[in-house]
Design a protein around this ligand. Structure first.
Ligand SMILES: Nc1ncnc2c1ncn2[C@@H]1O[C@H](COP(=O)(O)OP(=O)(O)OP(=O)(O)O)[C@@H](O)[C@H]1O
Ligand SMILES: [Mg+2]
Length: 396
């Protein structure tokens, strides 16, 4: 059911005001949808470009409840609202899309895995642990090194550790205790490709699925998207099947991104997000309807837009600042002079390794698009990972 009755401007509340919300605001304009933001800070990326901004932490329930009361539907640009608060909002009659139940799963990698297991979906073996000994037992059983992850709150590789042996497991355990993290241990798999499937789903189940994306990750951070992914069509079909099954199992409304590994000829789920996602950035300018617009349409229960690519190949490269002194605008004219390149800057203060924007290039093939996207990142002063530029410290 559409959440607004059609007689007035629909008000979509987004909890969080990062670049995902900023690009959602951008796509709300032609639909005359009023986006309202709950921003942690008045200078957040999306708060800079939106008229209706409330400032509060996502953990501040009274502020969240007051914010929700002024919106027809509430959606999210991160996973930081506590699940019990989301349930309380629903009990108070607020419309959450995705729902509190879906968000509770999306927030926690252990809950995600429990669902994949129940639904018969493939993912590297993993287990929630409550002692260093349990990490060691898992490593002895499944082989070393193992991957240890924070069950909740990790992003851009923060909260992911490669653990080579029992001694490292003991050290990590102590650090995690200090930080109050709950951990899971995961089998390290051999990765041929990292891929992602982004889809949009309406409350009644209508779904559109974007072409499979190959992602290039370094140090747990996504640097590039290549679309369509240059992989065997059988694997691409399997990836799409898995993503659709995840969407049904989680009763997703809005965008779902499923990060996957191609490993030894199989497709395995890594993790998912139930909101617009970095893996879908190519769609803004690279596809007929962007993930941001389709997220809005889905949460309003409006017809979804077509996802066809606008060129045979689309490549997106993230712009990660080289240093705090990186001046993105010094290079913008050079970047824009490259044909077929679109620049998206997030209005974020550069810091070494911080994701401050992305560029998308349309091309006749992936090499062609990638070459132009790379030149644009270079012009803007971003890190080109393959040239050995080291990020000093990453703070997204
Ligand atoms: N089981 C695994 N085996 C091998 N490599 C892995 C495994 N799990 C994760 N990785 C590597 O670590 C990266 C980050 O892992 P993951 O996506 O779980 O973390 P994250 O910090 O939540 O990332 P995001 O920024 O996408 O939210 C993956 O993209 C992959 O390169
Ligand atoms: Mg990830």
């Amino acid at each position: 059911m559409p959440v607004a009755n059609g007689s007035r401007v629909p008000r979509v509340g987004i909890v969080g005001a990062g670049q995902l919300a900023r690009m959602t605001v951008q796509t709300a304009i032609p639909l005359a949808v009023q986006v309202r933001l709950l921003a942690a800070s008045a200078d957040d990326s999306a708060a800079q470009v939106c008229r209706h901004v409330a400032v509060a932490q996502p953990t501040d329930f009274p502020a969240l409840a007051a914010f929700a009361a002024g919106c027809d539907v509430l959606t999210f640009d991160h996973e930081l609202v506590e699940a019990r608060h989301l349930r309380d909002l629903e009990r108070a009659g607020r419309v959450l899309r995705p729902s509190a139940e879906t968000m509770a799963i999306a927030q926690n990698k252990a809950r995600q895995f429990a669902l994949w297991r129940k639904a018969g979906l493939p993912s590297p073996e993993k287990r929630a642990v409550s002692s260093a000994e349990e990490i060691v037992a898992f490593g002895d059983e499944h082989g070393w090194p193992v991957i240890v992850k924070a069950a909740q709150g990790g992003y851009d590789g923060r909260g992911v550790w490669v653990v080579p042996d029992a001694r490292a497991a003991a050290e990590l355990w102590l650090q995690a205790l200090d930080r109050g993290l709950s951990l899971l241990v995961e089998q390290r798999v051999a990765i041929e490709h990292e891929i992602a499937v982004v889809l949009a789903r309406r409350p009644g189940g209508e779904t559109v699925v974007y072409p499979v994306v190959k992602t290039v990750q370094r140090d747990g951070i996504c640097h590039e998207l290549h679309v369509p992914a240059p992989i065997d069509p059988t694997l691409a079909a399997e990836a799409e099947r898995i993503a659709r099954a995840v969407a049904e199992a989680m009763k997703v409304v809005g965008i779902l991104a499923v990060e996957m590994f191609v490993s030894e000829g199989r497709v395995l789920i890594n993790e998912i997000a139930t909101r617009p996602h970095n893996s879908g950035h190519f769609s803004l300018g690279g596809a007929l309807t962007s993930q941001f617009e389709n997220h809005l349409r889905a949460v309003l229960d409006w017809p979804l837009g077509r996802i066809d690519l606008l060129a045979p190949a689309v490549v997106t490269r993230n712009v990660l600042a080289l240093s705090a002194g990186t001046n993105l605008h010094a290079g913008i004219t050079a970047a824009l002079a490259i044909p077929g390149v679109m620049v998206h800057l997030y209005g974020k203060q550069p810091r070494p390794g911080r994701k401050v924007g992305h560029v998308t290039a349309l091309g006749d093939d992936l090499d062609d698009a990638r070459e132009r996207a790379t030149r644009a990142v270079e012009a803007l002063g971003g890190i080109i990972w393959e040239r050995g530029a080291e990020r000093e410290e990453a703070h997204p």
